[in-house]
Design a protein around this ligand. Structure first.
Ligand SMILES: Cc1ncc(C[n+]2csc(CCOP(=O)(O)OP(=O)(O)O)c2C)c(N)n1
Ligand SMILES: [Mg+2]
Length: 329
């Protein structure tokens, strides 16, 4: 498949956006600038970016607890995402959602949830809405290897298949659910093997290869828009950092080795893609460096934006909480 130079370049830019964003989130969390959990996506960037660049703004995505990268890959605002994580009024949910709730319907971001696998039926519902409303949007859900063991995930895949819904199930197999290896908890060799049981294609993709993720998604989107139903894509990837910020008790070495982490760090999706762009003569080494440093500057600006935004007023506690026409208490 021919991928345009613009898309190839955008892939690198978006992966750097996520990487620098997450590095900054880790730094400011450590400094105590915001409270609560946050789950770094570092190492997995190629999955979100490859998938989202194969979508239109009008297509929907839904995520999970590890979902800073998905909205940024879809073209969401870095400033609004950072302000939300800081719990400020200029954030995506006016500061009332935090790290696990970055939603923006205007660019197709349905939102996320900290309840493992709970976004899978939500995205399936969006696919049903597309079909019933005779629209042409597709709906994508990102979920983990751990989530793939949940009943909600299986029920959703079954319904999406029998109703031929335009849904793309993207399992980000980063190989662990907190400290449990998927090899000890998933009954089949690959999560994508589960697609057979739901009569849909199951595609295993190298999740460190952004172009492979893009190509697999493009095929799945075509199938979904043609009314042929859902696809399960498994991006085999790796979480470079720990499960959650502030989870000091789960230390390296207790469930995986430094050697394993380093082996995967050598397969850094950003390095892999930069090298391809340089080898193909699409970007020079200097231009790649420039993309990297621009990302760092934009992230710094987002942090400044977040710091300068206020916390929501206590009197606004019940605003944004209820859908009309449910009356406020
Ligand atoms: C229903 C439910 N059960 C348990 C948890 C606690 N929990 C949070 S993240 C997580 C692991 C999820 O693993 P996976 O789906 O592979 O996603 P990853 O964190 O690896 O991206 C668990 C068990 C939860 N949030 N929700
Ligand atoms: Mg996992």
């Amino acid at each position: 498949m021919e991928i345009t130079k613009e898309i190839q370049k955008l892939m690198l830019e978006r992966m750097w956006t996520i990487r620098t964003f997450e590095e900054k989130v880790m730094e400011v969390h450590e400094a105590g600038e915001f409270v609560g959990a946050a789950h770094p996506y570092i190492g997995e960037e190629a999955v979100a970016v490859g998938v989202c660049l194969a979508l239109k703004d009008t297509d929907y995505i839904a995520g999970n607890h590890r979902s800073h990268g998905h909205p940024l890959a879809k073209g969401g605002s870095i400033k609004k995402a950072m302000a939300e994580i800081y719990g400020r009024v200029d954030g995506y949910c006016n500061g009332k959602g935090g790290s696990m709730h970055l939603a923006d319907f205007s660019v197709g971001i349905l939102g996320e949830s900290g309840i493992v696998a709970s976004s899978v039926p939500v995205a399936t519902g969006a696919g049903l809405a597309s079909k019933i409303g005779k629209k042409d949007f597709v709906s994508v859900v990102f979920f983990g290897d751990g989530a793939s063991n949940q009943g909600a995930c299986h029920e959703s895949m079954n319904l999406a298949s029998i109703w031929k819904l335009p849904v793309i199930f993207v399992c980000e197999n980063n190989q662990f659910a907190i400290t449990t290896s998927y090899q000890n908890s998933v009954a089949v060799d690959n999560v994508s093997d589960r697609a057979q049981a739901y009569n849909m294609p199951g595609i295993l993709v190298d999740g460190q290869n952004v172009e492979a993720m893009y190509e697999a998604t493009t095929e799945a989107v075509k199938r979904a828009r043609n009314g042929e139903g859902p696809t399960l894509i498994e991006g085999l990837t790796y979480r470079f950092e720990e499960h959650s910020l502030g989870l000091g008790r789960v230390r390296r070495g207790e469930y995986r080795t430094e050697e394993e982490i380093n082996k995967w760090r050598d397969r850094d999706p950003i390095l892999i893609h930069s090298k391809k762009l340089i080898d193909r003569g699409i970007l020079s080494e200097e231009e790649c460096k420039e993309i990297e440093s621009n990302s760092y500057s934009e992230t710094d600006e987002a942090v400044e934006f977040a710091r300068n935004s206020s916390f929501p007023e206590p009197s606004d506690l019940y605003e944004d909480m209820w859908a009309n026409p449910i009356p406020k208490p």
